[in-house]
Design a binder for this molecule. Structure first.
Ligand SMILES: CC[C@H](C(=O)O)C(=O)SCCNC(=O)CCNC(=O)[C@H](O)C(C)(C)COP(=O)(O)OP(=O)(O)OC[C@H]1O[C@@H](n2cnc3c(N)ncnc32)[C@H](O)[C@@H]1OP(=O)(O)O
Ligand SMILES: [Co+2]
Length: 138
């Protein structure tokens, strides 16, 4: 089922300051901030040779990362995202095996314009997992 690591997501309390740290200390190239009100976050991506880092800041009331930030003052690692070729097939297989899909169970469009789903961290030993549908190029 699993493809490449798509991104590792870090929640930060101040996106502008976090971008400056990654740029100035690590020489990272940081994308322009993208507001995703439907997901309650503002996001930037940092491209690495083999994957991406996603920096997340809460956006609006009821952001899914607000409570995380309250518990982890200053921020921290929030989720990992892996590619799947067919997200509905992956979802149905996971449900059949007893795993819980967050939200209403339907994929939503993520930051890259692809369908995404989140799995309950309780089913993965305390790690929040995102799956993103990425079709193979050939
Ligand atoms: C899609 C756009 C973009 C992209 O990549 O394209 C993004 O990635 S947006 C990312 C933000 N969106 C989400 O995270 C959506 C899925 N998340 C959720 O639905 C919630 O955050 C949820 C259910 C994981 C937690 O909700 P909430 O914080 O309101 O609940 P609790 O604080 O009560 O937490 C319940 C339980 O889960 C543990 N928890 C929470 N967050 C994490 C985490 N990031 N990693 C590991 N575990 C986490 C929390 O500690 C609680 O555990 P418990 O044992 O019950 O105390
Ligand atoms: Co993500």
């Amino acid at each position: 089922m699993l493809g490449n690591l798509n991104h590792v997501a870090l929640v930060v309390s101040d996106l502008k300051l976090a971008c400056q740290s990654w740029q100035n200390l690590l020489g990272a190239t940081v994308s322009e901030p993208q507001a995703l009100p439907e997901h309650g976050v503002t996001v930037v991506f940092i491209d690495l040779p083999n994957t991406r880092i996603e920096l997340l800041e809460p956006l609006g009331d009821g952001s899914p990362v607000s409570r995380f930030l309250e518990k982890h003052t200053g921020g921290g690692m929030h989720h990992i995202c892996m590619n799947v070729e067919d997200i509905l097939l992956a979802r149905d297989e996971l449900i059949a095996k007893g795993a819980r899909i967050l939200g209403d169970g339907e994929p939503r469009i993520g930051a890259h314009g692809n369908p995404v789903l989140f799995m309950h961290p309780g089913d993965f030993h305390g790690t929040l997992i995102e799956l993103e549908e990425v079709k193979p190029v050939n």
